[in-house]
Ligand binder design. Structure first.
Ligand code: ATP
Ligand code: MG
Length: 383
């Protein structure tokens, strides 16, 4: 029996005039996700149908589509000729063999000889004849069998639909640059902004040789995992060692983290501006560590003038971990490699930094040339 996959899209149906743009972006992203498969794609009102694929590819196609934002739900269905015997045979193959059920029928083809409710009743009767343990329950069934009789004399037969990633198609929400560390929070932050349709790139500050090759590989693995959700990802690796050494040599120890963060923000803003990105994204969560008090955030935020999005700011660590497990970044994030922030960790970092005091402490550094030097030596990797 032939199979097809029906995709229903999420929030796009709320869009007005620019709906076409959202739809086209979603279709492009679906095609990108399925580039390794042979299939046919059809757009019908309010949904898409994927058919003509090899039966062995079905599960791979479904798992590739799970990461495409903008898809609300998916149903794998049988496609049969629109006659009641074939439809009944397909319904019997759905695995609904016990418990309660009902049949719902949609008849787009008005030439089909039975009305919707007659078709549903007939198929319900045939299911009861075939499976002794089945019972009809119209109000609260365990399973619903959907029959969709299309205009082209083909009928889709399916049961429950799988919830998909939701959100908006990547590319519809502008471009953002994610400050990606090797930790748990920043990959989740990137995932969340991609889910709102943002095209996410990543920047990582690397302190070679204080942090080894393994630390960099870890971040690249995270980026690769994110790339499934972000429709590919460009990663900017910034050499950060010189800046850290200069701060360490010239500034009070307790300001190390704050000043380092300010450099990260400045460099990230520069990369964003050079690449047409309208926002920075961080994995900061209020109060999680010393550098995430409101004063610290204010002090680091004040060196940039583009929006800094912090999607996990109000999340508990536990909530963030749950998402990181769902998107499969958790196991990589907890691998024990050093992050550049832990290398020069002061014993007593300032928790409530004052902007003016930090600015004074930075006076000894040639900020502009340190920033341009770092930007000049960026390495980029694309997944
Ligand atoms: P994460 O789990 O994302 O590492 P964290 O709880 O460890 O976050 P911090 O180390 O204080 O928190 O970092 C706060 C944010 O700063 C990170 O979420 C990330 O966006 C950014 N950041 C920290 N270190 C780096 C780095 N080496 N490269 C790029 N961004 C970084
Ligand atoms: Mg970290």
């Amino acid at each position: 029996m032939d199979k097809a996959i029906i995709l229903r899209y999420a929030e796009i149906h709320l869009k007005g005039n620019n709906r076409g743009y959202f739809e086209n972006t979603l279709i492009e992203n679906i095609k990108k996700a399925l580039k390794d498969f042979r299939y046919e794609f059809q757009k019908t009102h309010g949904r898409y149908v994927i058919s003509g694929f090899h039966e062995n590819d079905e599960t791979y196609i479904v798992s590739s589509l799970e990461k495409v934002f903008g898809i609300h739900s998916l149903s794998v269905c049988y496609v049969v000729d629109s006659n009641i015997d074939d439809i009944a045979d397909a319904a019997a193959e759905l695995g609904v063999t016990s418990g309660t059920f009902k049949v719902e029928c949609n008849r787009a083809d008005k030439t089909f000889p039975m009305k919707s409710y007659e078709t549903a009743a007939e198929l319900g009767g045939r299911m009861l004849d075939r499976f002794a343990d089945l019972k009809v329950d119209i109000h609260n069934p365990d399973n619903i069998i959907y029959i969709d009789i299309r205009e082209n004399k083909k009928t889709f037969v399916f049961t429950s639909s799988l919830p998909m990633a939701g959100g908006l198609p990547v590319g519809c929400g502008g471009k953002g640059l994610l400050l990606l560390s090797g930790g748990i929070d920043s990959p989740v932050a990137g995932y969340m902004m991609a889910r709102r349709g943002m095209k996410v790139s990543a920047v990582h500050f690397h302190s070679y040789p204080f942090t080894g090759v393994k630390a960099k590989e870890k971040v690249l693995t995270l980026a690769q995992k994110l790339s499934g959700y972000t429709c590919g990802i460009k990663v900017f690796i910034v050499p950060f060692t010189d800046i850290q050494v200069k701060i360490h040599e010239n500034c009070p120890e307790e300001f190390m983290i704050t000043i380092m963060r300010r450099f990260m923000m400045r460099i990230a803003q520069k990369i964003a501006q050079q690449n047409g990105m309208g926002a920075l994204i961080t994995g900061e969560s209020l109060g999680q560590v010393a550098s995430q008090t409101i004063e610290s955030i204010n002090t680091t935020n004040s060196v940039v003038d583009i929006p800094v999005l912090r999607p996990v700011i109000g999340f508990d660590k536990e909530d963030i971990i749950k998402i990181s497990q769902k998107i499969d970044t958790y196991e990589t994030s907890i691998l024990p490699y050093e992050d550049c922030c832990t290398v020069f960790l002061p014993k007593h970092p300032v928790i409530h930094p004052k902007k003016e005091i930090i600015e004074r402490a930075e006076k000894k550094l040639d900020i502009d040339s340190l920033v341009s030097e770092a930007v000049k030596n960026i390495e980029t990797i694309i997944y």
